[in-house]
Design a binder for this molecule. Structure first.
Ligand SMILES: Cc1cc2nc3c(=O)[nH]c(=O)nc-3n(C[C@H](O)[C@H](O)[C@H](O)COP(=O)(O)OP(=O)(O)OC[C@H]3O[C@@H](n4cnc5c(N)ncnc54)[C@H](O)[C@@H]3O)c2cc1C
Ligand code: SF4
Ligand code: SF4
Length: 405
């Protein structure tokens, strides 16, 4: 690891090879590892993209950890799990245990995305001296309808950030801020698979040393896609009386009963229902049309490199209760976190069949089938594609896809 050649590439190289050819996932890791604070996320086109705002010393740190252009899954599998995956036998990646779980705190369970396991794990880690802070997606103080990365140091901040936002939030951009400037020596990170890829590249490289050593756990969320902010704006405008997003003081993507839906609160304290997660409107306008382009080339659904990966369960596995979280532990760190959080009474988990994960919703299909196929097609034309080290291959599961009503 330490003997690896250190690339001396600059931000301009990163910009040319990743950002300007549409391979940037907007994970923020380049911003988060820049010691001189030379890079920031810019929202000129409403989507976060890194840009140079200071002096680049060409240290190569941002280029080396960037998961936009390449994610060496084969090396990562060996490094973190001790073996390479079998694409047919490991459809949700390599893992230790597969559970389903929920927060034991009724408030957390009721106000979470899927059952509050992520919130429960973060609260356990903060209150039991495992980490000093958790980097996660939260609400922007300046633009209340939008999400931004936050450094949470208390259960109150974790609770405020609960529930999924269907947009990309460059969580990893806060790494240096949390570790070097706020001096949190031990941090946890909650992120989507692309955030996890950046963090794992950082940990595998071991450089920048202090940042790599500070990441104590990574909780990954299953991810079918994130959507352009323009798509969110479109949904709000087309399906409510709200004409100006500046009127919105709170946007909730998973409000109400599970699976939840989009609600907006305006300055006059009025609550507007926009679309249920299971509505045609959500899927047609949100999920289909406005998927971010880089997400269409992403093949990781179940956060395959995280310590713990969490997602929804669309099958009714417990009569009368739909707020249950698929919880996959992949490393000793993840298994330990889940086990100890259960022992301490923060979450409750029980065994879950891992084969229920690929059949839960359309996420797995969109990555392992559609995403893989798209990569093969794009390569045919020589268009830019991320390099996942494994040749893209469609491996359909031997089963009939059915949806519960
Ligand atoms: C964009 C997105 C797409 C998803 N797609 C799927 C899917 O297709 N299938 C599926 O089964 N599950 C999907 N999930 C995961 C699911 O929505 C829940 O996040 C997961 O089940 C954990 O639920 P929970 O109740 O334990 O989380 P909670 O306790 O509610 O905690 C949610 C955590 O997620 C973090 N978060 C919220 N939005 C983001 C974001 N945009 N980026 C990074 N972190 C964020 C919050 O900071 C919080 O820490 C997706 C999540 C997101 C954010
Ligand atoms: S590290 Fe992340 S945000 Fe930065 S260029 Fe790469 S993919 Fe984009
Ligand atoms: S689909 Fe992939 S690239 Fe897009 S937000 Fe999800 S993990 Fe990141």
């Amino acid at each position: 690891m330490g003997a690896e050649r250190i690339n001396k590439r600059s931000f301009e190289d990163l910009n040319a090879d990743v950002v300007r050819v549409g391979l940037c996932t907007s994970c923020g890791t380049c911003v988060g590892v820049c010691a001189t604070k030379a890079i920031e996320m810019n929202y000129a086109l409403d989507e976060p993209l890194p840009r140079l705002v200071g002096k680049c010393t060409s240290c190569g740190a941002c280029y080396d950890i960037c998961p936009g252009k390449d994610v060496p899954l084969r090396d990562m599998d060996r490094f973190f799990f001790g073996r390479e995956r079998d694409e047919e036998k490991d459809p949700v990646g390599i893992f230790k245990s597969c559970y389903r779980g929920w927060s034991t705190d009724p408030y957390v369970k009721a106000t979470s995305s899927s059952g509050g396991v992520v919130t429960g794990l973060c609260n356990f880690a903060l209150e039991n001296d495992i980490v000093d802070a958790v980097i996660m997606a939260g609400w922007s103080k300046d633009e209340p309808a939008r999400c931004r990365p936050i450094i949470a140091t208390s259960p109150e901040e974790v609770a405020e950030a609960a529930r999924s936002a269907m947009v990309i939030v460059p969580n990893n951009a806060l790494l240096a801020e949390a570790v070097l400037r706020e001096k949190h020596a031990r941090v946890g990170v909650v992120g989507l698979p692309c955030h996890v890829h950046g963090l794992r590249k950082l940990q595998m490289k071991g450089q920048p040393k202090k940042l790599a050593a500070s990441v104590k756990f990574v909780i990954g969320l299953f991810c079918a896609s994130t959507y352009y902010w323009e798509g969110v704006r479109h949904l709000v405008r087309e399906f409510s009386d709200i004409r100006d997003m500046d009127e919105v003081v709170r946007l909730d993507y998973r409000g109400g009963q599970w699976p939840g839906g989009m609600y907006a609160v305006t300055k006059d304290a009025k609550v507007h229902f926009i679309a249920s997660k299971h509505d045609y409107t959500w899927h047609f306008l949100g999920a289909g049309t406005f998927k971010r382009d880089r997400c269409l080339m992403c093949t990781d659904f179940a956060a395959e490199l995280a310590d713990v990966s969490c997602g929804d369960i669309f099958q009714p596995v417990k009569p009368g209760d739909r707020r249950i979280v698929a919880t996959v532990t992949r490393t000793d760190v993840g298994e330990d976190l889940v086990r100890k959080a259960q022992e301490a009474g923060y979450i409750q988990v029980e065994s879950h069949d891992p084969m229920l994960i690929p059949t839960s919703g359309l996420g797995w299909e969109s990555k392992k089938h559609a995403g893989m196929y798209r990569l093969i097609q794009r390569r045919e034309f020589g268009w830019p594609t991320p390099d996942y080290q494994y040749e893209p291959k469609v491996v359909p599961l031997d089963r009939r896809l059915t949806f519960p009503s």
